[in-house]
Ligand binder design. Structure first.
Ligand SMILES: CC(C)(COP(=O)(O)OP(=O)(O)OC[C@H]1O[C@@H](n2cnc3c(N)ncnc32)[C@H](O)[C@@H]1OP(=O)(O)O)[C@@H](O)C(=O)NCCC(=O)NCCS
Length: 325
């Protein structure tokens, strides 16, 4: 039997560009304390957030994704026409159809690209990065634009102190391209659908609900092993990791996972992304936002090994190591 022709893939893949976008409007803990029964002290201590960015009504998820995506393409030194697939990780599109990705591709100038949304909530960016990496390695696309974009404030009850203090808006993006060596490690991913009720939007007229304490316990006990598995799958040691960029859910969760990584061999000087302090929890956007902010601040250098891990509603989780562009 004759086999079908295959488009040659690439031995490895790498992130070749990063970009991010946050709305201008800053909402501080003090601002929230004026409209609900909370305080700056409580939020700092329990969640670690000081400020968060919130989109205006006319600032749409797709607008933020376009901004972040266009910056990532420029950062890669590419033209929009070089991009052969667009993936938008999001769980907050206001419409079921059309998806975000096709509009984003069109507005950036990516011509007739395959474009699809992927919903793995706060694990979405790592899911999409793994998918983009596999598209490149399999030869389905040479360059893939991977975006995490969320307008969570559309889905949060603005007076619910258990969620409105946490969630925020923004977008982050990476361009994945071919590479002789593997600079995006194998993904460690999975889900726990039996726990799907822990974080949910029940129907189109509901706001986000979460069982805060259960989510906290799950994240602080179940996610460090996923991160460690991602390191092992890449064939490196925890001590090789330069920077840890987890989903920015809660500063106490971030510190608890980092502590476990250090107990298992991560270096004392491991850099830890704490972007949540001034960005809030932006779900699938939080990891690329944090990575881009660390790079802008000169905290990471090209070639550094970053350990990414996303986790959240589903429940779902995914992690991989990447070399910083
Ligand atoms: C939501 C979360 C911040 C709540 O913190 P907590 O320490 O678990 O707080 P609890 O729910 O036990 O509430 C403790 C007290 O603080 C109160 N409280 C809750 N939210 C408050 C707020 N924003 N301001 C002031 N007090 C608050 C509660 O009413 C409760 O009061 P009580 O003791 O008088 O009954 C925390 O559970 C959390 O961050 N969970 C993880 C959520 C998350 O990361 N989700 C995203 C996953 S991707």
């Amino acid at each position: 039997m004759t086999s079908f022709a295959a488009r040659p893939g690439s031995p490895g893949s790498r992130i070749v560009g990063l970009g991010s976008f946050q709305p201008d409007t800053v909402v501080s803990n003090h601002d929230l304390a004026k409209i609900m029964d909370t305080s700056d002290e409580w939020i700092r201590e329990r969640v670690g957030i000081v400020n968060r960015r919130v989109a205006k009504p006319e600032e749409l998820l797709v607008d933020m994704a376009v901004e972040a995506g266009a910056k990532a393409i420029a950062d890669a030194g590419l033209a929009p026409t070089d991009i052969e697939a667009v993936l938008v990780a999001t769980c907050t599109m206001p419409s079921q159809i059309p998806n975000a990705a096709a509009q984003v591709a069109h507005r950036i100038g990516v011509l007739a690209a395959p474009a699809f949304d992927l919903n793995a909530a706060c694990a979405g960016f790592c899911y999409a990065l793994a998918t983009g990496s596999d598209l490149v390695r399999a030869g389905s696309a040479r360059y893939v634009l991977v975006i995490g974009a969320e307008k969570l404030t559309d889905w949060v009850n603005p007076t619910d102190r258990s969620t409105a203090i946490i969630f925020a808006d923004g977008a982050g993006a990476a361009v994945v391209g071919p590479s002789e060596e593997a600079a995006i490690g194998p993904v460690s991913w999975g889900s726990a659908g039996d726990l799907s009720g822990m974080i949910a939007v029940e129907d189109r007229d509901s706001f986000i609900f979460q069982e805060g304490q259960s989510v906290f316990r799950w994240a602080t006990t179940q996610i460090a092993p996923i991160a460690i598995d991602a390191v092992e799958r890449a064939g490196i040691e925890l001590s090789d990791v330069d920077v840890f960029v987890p989903h920015q859910a809660n500063l106490r969760i971030i510190e608890a996972i980092a502590k476990r990584l250090k107990a298992k061999g991560a270096r004392d000087d491991l850099k830890i992304a704490r972007d949540i302090v001034d960005s809030g929890n932006t779900s699938s956007a939080s990891i690329p936002l944090a990575l881009d902010h660390l790079r802008q601040a000169g905290e990471i250098a090209s070639g550094d090994v970053a350990l990414l891990v996303g986790f959240g509603a589903g429940l779902s989780y995914a992690g991989q190591v990447v070399r910083c562009p």
